[in-house]
Design a protein around this ligand. Structure first.
Ligand code: RTP
Ligand code: MG
Length: 159
């Protein structure tokens, strides 16, 4: 029996300040999102205060890079997206490429981080790494977005 519909999964994608600062990079990432068959469900521009960064990255608070990470994430404007497609979490993580810029450049030069990443912190993008983290991260960025209501009734913004 042929499948009649694809099951959509939601993920949170964030374009970090280093990428937003560069018009050609942000344009290329946007094109990449649409080429990869994602539906853009919500999009928002934001500029974090340091407290937002600290809250979002609380699980990394004892890592050596925590201070520079939270300072960087509140250093300039960012863009956040709720993206949907089948296997959205895995596809967006694959498109981003490895976190570490050295690895990204050498093993995955065609990924977003491989092409545009500057350092392990200034590495262009963030993506939820599991269904559980997507369920926490989407409301953190989009407190008014109701996942259940969207699943039932809403149309995506762009196709
Ligand atoms: P996340 O935890 O945010 O989903 O990111 P991830 O799995 O891709 O990367 P992870 O290694 O868990 O790192 C968490 C965040 O810290 C930044 N980072 N900076 N040496 C450094 O300066 C350094 N190492 C990691 C990463 O860019 C990521 O945002
Ligand atoms: Mg991680």
């Amino acid at each position: 029996v042929p499948r009649l519909c694809r099951v959509l999964q939601l993920t949170l994608a964030v374009i970090k300040p280093d990428a937003v600062a560069h018009p050609l990079i942000i344009e290329s990432i946007n094109a990449n999102i649409l080429e990869n068959k994602f539906l853009i469900i919500r999009r928002k521009d934001l500029h974090w205060k340091k407290e937002h960064s600290e809250m979002f990255y609380a699980e990394h608070s004892n890592r050596f890079f925590y201070q520079r990470l939270v300072e960087f994430m509140s250093s300039g404007p960012m863009q956040a997206y709720i993206l949907a497609r089948d296997d959205a979490i895995r596809h967006w993580r694959e498109m981003m490429g490895p976190t570490k810029v050295f690895r990204a450049r050498h093993t995955s030069p065609d990924t977003i981080r491989g092409r545009f990443g500057l350092t392990d912190t200034r590495n262009t993008t963030h993506g939820s790494d599991s269904v559980e983290s997507a369920q926490k991260e989407i409301p953190f960025f989009f407190p008014d977005f109701c996942i259940d209501r969207w699943m039932k009734e809403e149309e995506p913004l762009y196709r």
